[in-house]
Design a protein around this ligand. Structure first.
Ligand code: GDP
Ligand code: IMO
Ligand code: MG
Length: 426
């Protein structure tokens, strides 16, 4: 039996979907433990190409349970849409379950997020999926949860209690208000459509652990966008770090066996905020592509062109520190195949002095990235499946990541598909 947590080591979009899909082969359950449909996790396998937003990327493995965990904020309409889409491609979704304690992300959360983003004062470049407002309602105890779909009388009384506060906020932001009747109609539909998937989460997860099953917890986003540890306020509203998997699912932290940090061989980010190694648009076009390929650098959720830059090792090391990675998966090494020289950031200077900590956003805007330059390998790596066959300079790149972070690199992605991966490194 083993409990593995898999999280992003940068600003999100590191390739978590691909690695979860690969690892799920050995899993009995894959759990999404935070976030909502702000996620876009790309999977390319025998069933097709997918960009999953809510459904855990383990859904493709026959017999593997997929669980939308307690720490999530779930838009039921989006979940139903996603289920319908993947079912139409022949994927069996009968083993998808939802925590009774997960928060229901409502249409008014989306309206409030969109209104907030339009304002120059509060906009930070969110995905406009309502994430921050759903978590805000959870914190102020105005949220409705999936358990409420199982008791519609109580659900109606909760709705009547919270709607005046919600509508006052909508009015203050110049948005249309919502009637409790209209939301209740939706809830009845969600109860009929999703109610059978709702389970009590703590026993669901702990019983699986106690039966000796293999569980994988799939994170959303990355450490730099953690609400407490990341580049506040340009962060999401949950904790994408490994420890939160235990809080969210309600199991003891000492049960965790492995923590896999997923990183890209360079850096990308979507939304506002500091980005020390960011390249200008002309330079980053080599990484970005045209948008016609599944692995081009456009947001899997919003389609926004991602901001791009060289690898920033202080960020990966910070992620390793706060998460406690036991191994690292490096994705997209193949995207560096054509460069003569590859720059890597190995430190920051603030006011001319090197610093040894990860600053918060205001200071991070001011740092100067310190680079080393490595020789490229100028050889296609896409077809390589064994570490020994990688070009020497690519091996040096991987070894640099290991030396800098102190964490072994166990998986190396050489293409977007499930089998385009090197797994014999360790
Ligand atoms: P996630 O949010 O961490 O799951 O990552 P995304 O799916 O948003 O973004 C990762 C992108 O990189 C997707 O377009 C993947 O298809 C692609 N990708 C993942 N691993 C590799 C890899 O090793 N090589 C290449 N070329 N593309 C990859
Ligand atoms: P995955 O799971 C990249 C970014 C948004 C914004 C900030 C807050 O695919 O890695 P939110 O909508 O969460 O309130 O936005 O976080 N963001 C992501 N960036 N990948 C994601 O998910 C993201 N989810 C949110 O762009 O900067
Ligand atoms: Mg993504």
């Amino acid at each position: 039996m083993s409990v593995t947590i898999l999280v992003g080591a940068q600003f999100g979009d590191e390739g978590k979907g691909k690695i979860v899909d690969y690892l799920s082969e050995k899993m009995d359950m894959v759990v999404r433990f935070q976030g909502g449909d702000n996620a876009g996790h790309t999977v390319v396998n025998d069933s097709g190409s997918f960009k999953l937003h809510l459904i855990p990327c383990g859904i493709f493995k026959k017999g593997c349970k997929a669980f939308n965990g307690t720490g999530m904020v779930i838009n039921p309409d989006e979940l139903i849409k996603e289920l319908t889409e993947i079912e139409s491609k022949g994927v069996d979704t009968s083993e998808l379950y939802i925590s009774s304690r997960a928060v229901i992300l409502m249409p008014y959360h989306i309206a409030l997020d969109s209104a907030s983003e339009k304002s120059g004062r509060t906009g930070i470049g969110t995905t406009k999926r309502g994430i921050g407002y759903a978590y805000a309602d959870r914190a102020r105890r105005n949220a409705l949860r999936f358990e409420n779909l199982l008791d519609l009388d109580y659900c109606r009384s909760r709705l009547d209690a919270v709607m005046p506060t919600i509508n006052a906020e909508l009015e203050a932001k110049g948005c249309e208000t919502f009637s409790a009747d209209a939301i209740f109609e939706k809830m009845k539909y969600w109860a009929a459509t999703l109610g059978k998937r709702v389970v009590e989460p703590v026993s669901f997860v702990n019983n699986a652990i106690n039966r000796g099953e293999n569980l994988l917890f799939e994170g959303q986003l990355g450490a730099m966008k953690d609400i407490d540890l990341g580049i506040y306020p340009y962060v999401t509203s949950s904790n994408p770090v490994a420890a939160y998997a235990a809080v969210s699912a309600g199991f003891p932290v000492k049960k965790i066996d492995e923590i896999v940090g997923v990183m890209k061989a360079f850096t990308s980010a979507v939304g506002d905020g500091p980005f020390p190694t960011e390249m200008n648009d002309d330079m980053s076009d080599g990484f970005r592509g045209t948008g016609n390929n599944i692995d081009d650098e456009f947001g899997a959720r919003t389609g926004r062109a991602r901001r791009l830059g060289w690898l920033d090792l202080p960020i990966v090391k910070f992620a390793a520190t706060v998460n406690g990675f036991t191994s690292i998966a490096v994705c997209k090494i193949d995207k560096l195949d054509t460069y003569d020289k590859i720059k890597v950031c190995v430190g920051y200077k603030l006011n001319g002095k090197e610093i040894d900590y990860m600053p918060s956003a205001t200071e991070l805007y001011k740092v100067e990235a310190v680079y080393i330059e490595m020789e490229g390998w100028k050889t296609p790596t896409n077809g390589i499946r064994s570490y020994k066959d990688l070009p020497e300079n690519a091996k040096k790149y991987i070894e640099l990541i290991e030396q800098y972070t102190g964490v072994p690199v166990k998986y190396i992605g050489v293409g977007p598909a499930r089998d385009e991966i090197i797994t014999d490194r360790l």
